[in-house]
Design a protein around this ligand. Sequence first.
Ligand code: ADP
Length: 513
Amino acid sequence: MNTSQTNFHELSGSQGDHHLDLYIKALDSANSGIIITDNNQPDNPIVYCNRAFETITGYSRNEIIGHNCRFLQAQDRSQPERKLLSDCIEKGLDCKVEIRNYKKNGDLFWNELYLSPVKNPQGEITHFIGVQNDITARKKAEHDLIEEKASVEHKIQERTKELRENQIFLSSIIQTVRESLLVLDPDFRVLSANGHFLKTFKVSSEETVGKILYELGNHQWDIDLLKELLVKILPTNNPVIDFEVEHNFPHIGKKLMLLNAYRIEHDGQYKDRILLAIEDITDRREIERRKDDFLSIASHELKTPLTTIKGLVQLLQRMQEGGITEKYKATLMKVAVYVDRLNNLISELLDTSRIQSGNIELHIEPFDIDHLVKDTVDNIALTVPGYEINVSGKSGAIIRGDESQISQVVNNLVSNAIKYSPGSKKIEIHIAKVSNFVKISIRDFGMGISAQDKPRIFERFYRAGDIQKKFPGMGIGLYISHEIIANHNGTLWVESEVGEGSTFSFTLPISKK
Ligand code: ADP
């Protein structure tokens, strides 16, 4: 049994050699490895193998014939497929397995093995035919695919975990902020509400989440202004910032709220969701109101004794005649100056609170604006000798307004120009007619105003940080001036460069008549 050919002769009995050669050639030209084992011999040895089997395994026929197939498994004996194979052999059944085999040089190859028994007329198994294909490449591709899939799955898991963590992180931020936050779907159904909302409006999560905003708590959120914000304003004006709404809630009473709303516009799973932040400013407003009341009462109360002191000083001044010393006179003058200053400060405070409560009265009369500016400037110039204060230009216009208030504005602006120009003694005031407005500009060459301070100097009590200690003041002159000009339908603004100086300008509409 040295060559397959002899084997085959023996196997086939005395068929014609010619036919046999043909069959053998056919088998040898197959791509699959083919073997035949003899079941009647001990240990079921291989009695035939074709060329492809030699190529696949790397063994030559001489090394193959006579062996049991298991020699291909080398030491790799624990594969479950082996059990399947031996069961089929025992029961005489066809089977197909994919099994790890090893070539002569030790290389692993995956063998796709079809095994089928050959039976004699009595039904006894005489041989087995094994057809094998090297499917290593396919196995590798399969393996790579599995690995790839596992790696993708791993990445997805990681990403999902990251997303979940992000979500937890975000929701913990939302839960922590001291402002009420709601997330709504496009139909205004509440998707989530943070702890601050639940606490402020005394509701539970169950009563809130999943409900339409307007239906919450027995329709207590059915607020016209809120609807207007969400339905009319937000779709065209995203986001809506600091929208003030006052509402009387049945259980918690009247609340003043600042609403901030943002609709998510970019595509994605959160598109069209609405974030609604509700800041309860009821208490803050109340405190502001009390502060204003205090300001108004305090300045009013201060004014009364001061008026008396002023009267007494005037009385003393008139009593001077009879042999009073120069020193006494000078001291009295100083007292009068300080009393005036204090009087002005208190008047400003009073004005502030009047403006705040909308109680400022305008005594509207027509007046000559050029004349008013010059008069006011002349009066100030008297108090600051050595200053070069020039008024140029003219408008020739008549303004209808409160003359004393406009004078107060010019006074504030020129006084500031002096106060905030420690290194310069020059101030230029210009009067012009611009279209149907008068424009007054007060230019100084002093310290100037930084870009951060510029937008805020017209606020009540605002003073630029670095001047707090060096220059006295309460930060209300510009606020009052701004309000006065606004009440006269004009505008007041500033242009300034730090270190170069500032120009404050205001306009007033010219009376038609
Ligand atoms: P006050 O002078 O009492 O501080 P104002 O309301 O008149 O209050 O001015 C507000 C702030 O604006 C001042 O504190 C100062 O910082 C700034 N400011 C006003 N006028 C000038 C100016 N001409 N040059 C530089 N800074 C100015």
